[in-house]
Design a protein around this ligand. Structure first.
Ligand code: CA2
Length: 152
C-alpha cells in the first residue's frame, strides 16, 4: 500500500477522554467524540483516512505507536501529561520513522513551568498549541500537503 493511502493515526493520551466533562475553562466544551467527528470530517475533505486512538496508559500508547510504523502514514499526537514526562513515547515516535505533528488544546507555554518542556517535540515536525480542537484539523491539513508531496 502506498504510504499516502495508509490512515493518519490521531493519538490522544491520558485524561483526554474527560474532555467536555471537566475543566471547560481550560479545555473547552467539546467531548473527545466531538473532536473525533471533526477530525473525520476534515480528513474526508482532505482525502485522508484516519485511525483515532486514546489511552490513559503509557504502554498502550507505545504499543500503538509501534504498530503505526507499518499501519499508518503519519501521526498526530496529543500525549497529554506524558508530553512532559515520557522518554518511552519519544523513543517510540523516533523508532516509527513517520511524520509526527504534536497538538495541544491549551497553550502549554502560558501554563505552569512544568508544562513548558515537551519530549514529544523532539520527534515532531511541528507543534500546534492553544487553538483548541482546531489544532488537530490544522495538523491534518499540514500532513495532507506533506503526504501528497512525498515520493511514491
Ligand atoms: O493542552 C493539552 O492538550 C494538554 O496536552 C492536555 C493535558 C495536559 O497535561 C498537557 O499539559 C496539555 C491534560 C489533558 C487533560 O484533559 C482533561 C480534560 C477535561 C478534564 C480533565 C482533564
Amino acid at each position: 500500500m502506498a504510504a499516502q493511502n495508509k490512515p493518519v493515526l490521531i493519538l490522544n493520551g491520558p485524561n483526554l477522554n474527560m474532555l467536555g466533562k471537566r475543566q471547560p475553562e481550560i479545555y473547552g466544551r467539546e467531548t473527545l467524540a466531538d473532536v473525533e467527528a471533526a477530525c473525520r470530517a476534515e480528513a474526508t475533505r482532505l482525502g485522508l483516512a484516519v485511525d483515532f486512538f486514546q489511552s490513559n496508559h503509557e504502554g498502550a500508547l507505545v504499543d500503538r505507536i509501534q504498530q503505526a510504523r507499518d499501519a499508518n502514514s503519519a501521526i498526530v499526537i496529543n500525549a497529554g501529561a506524558y508530553t512532559h514526562t515520557s522518554v518511552a513515547i519519544l523513543d517510540a515516535l523516533n523508532a516509527a520513522e513517520l511524520p509526527v505533528i504534536e497538538v495541544h488544546l491549551s497553550n502549554i507555554h502560558r501554563r505552569e513551568p512544568f508544562r513548558h518542556h515537551s519530549y514529544v517535540s523532539q520527534a515532531a515536525l511541528g507543534m500546534i498549541a492553544g487553538l483548541g480542537s482546531q489544532g488537530y484539523l490544522f495538523a491534518l491539513q499540514a500532513l495532507a500537503r506533506r503526504l501528497a508531496d512525498a515520493p511514491q
